[in-house]
Design a protein around this ligand. Sequence first.
Ligand SMILES: NC(=O)c1ccc[n+]([C@@H]2O[C@H](COP(=O)([O-])OP(=O)(O)OC[C@H]3O[C@@H](n4cnc5c(N)ncnc54)[C@H](OP(=O)(O)O)[C@@H]3O)[C@@H](O)[C@H]2O)c1
Length: 233
Amino acid sequence: MKTKVYVTGVSRGLGKAVAEKFLHEGYSVIGIGRTSDIHHENYTFQACDLSVSSDLKNIQFDAESEEIILINNAGQIGHLQRISDQKEPDFEEVLRVNTLAPMYLSWTCLNQAKGAVKIANISSGAATRAIPGWAAYCASKAALDRFSETLQLEESEKGRDVRIWSVAPGVIDTAMQEKIRAASPANFSSLDTFLDLKKNDELTSPEAASDKLFRLIVHAEINRVVCSLREIE
Ligand SMILES: NC(=O)c1ccc[n+]([C@@H]2O[C@H](COP(=O)([O-])OP(=O)(O)OC[C@H]3O[C@@H](n4cnc5c(N)ncnc54)[C@H](OP(=O)(O)O)[C@@H]3O)[C@@H](O)[C@H]2O)c1
């Protein structure tokens, strides 16, 4: 296949499921992250701590591919505590992983690619909604949305075959949700909402979310840049 798929944050959760989905569909996948236990003949792994700029600079894209798909999935929720209560503020690490790494990898990819490019940045409903206890996370995803929209306008002005999405995946049953549910009620006023979502079995599985993400990217099911997997049936 002439497409190469790059996915960040493949150790678990949505990133692992989406890497496995593309492998299952016959694509060549390159995982990028700190660890990975995926084994497949069409899979390679590039070790990278996305918060470390020298690691990011080592990531290269296959310029000769007819098409490159980049899925900036890796993310961190941060401390789950009001900013003014944090002993060490979380915003530097959160912004590095959630915002600067996708920006840097998008730049590298668009600079190196000679063929078509599709970039899916994994955003969040928190990009458009202020949630106390998640200030850095909300800011990081809001910035990702605006960056993605601007990048799409820029590449369209240049007439390039580039599609960008900043997609909220819905509430997915992953380690990130476990961390959210383990927050202290004194620090996180929305805790009951997330406990109830789990209790009422309202979380999406990583596999169901990755099926939708695959359809979004491969079949370009949504035209807008900022979107949600909830829009896909
Ligand atoms: N779960 C939800 O309900 C939900 C809702 C909205 C948006 N999202 C977004 O969906 C994406 C995936 O989330 P998830 O729920 O699958 O989270 P997760 O289970 O916590 O997985 C996060 C992934 O990001 C990687 N990562 C974190 N920091 C990294 C770093 N410095 N360098 C390299 N990799 C790093 C982790 O790798 P390590 O094993 O190395 O830590 C892991 O593979 C995130 O962008 C998240 O913000 C999730």
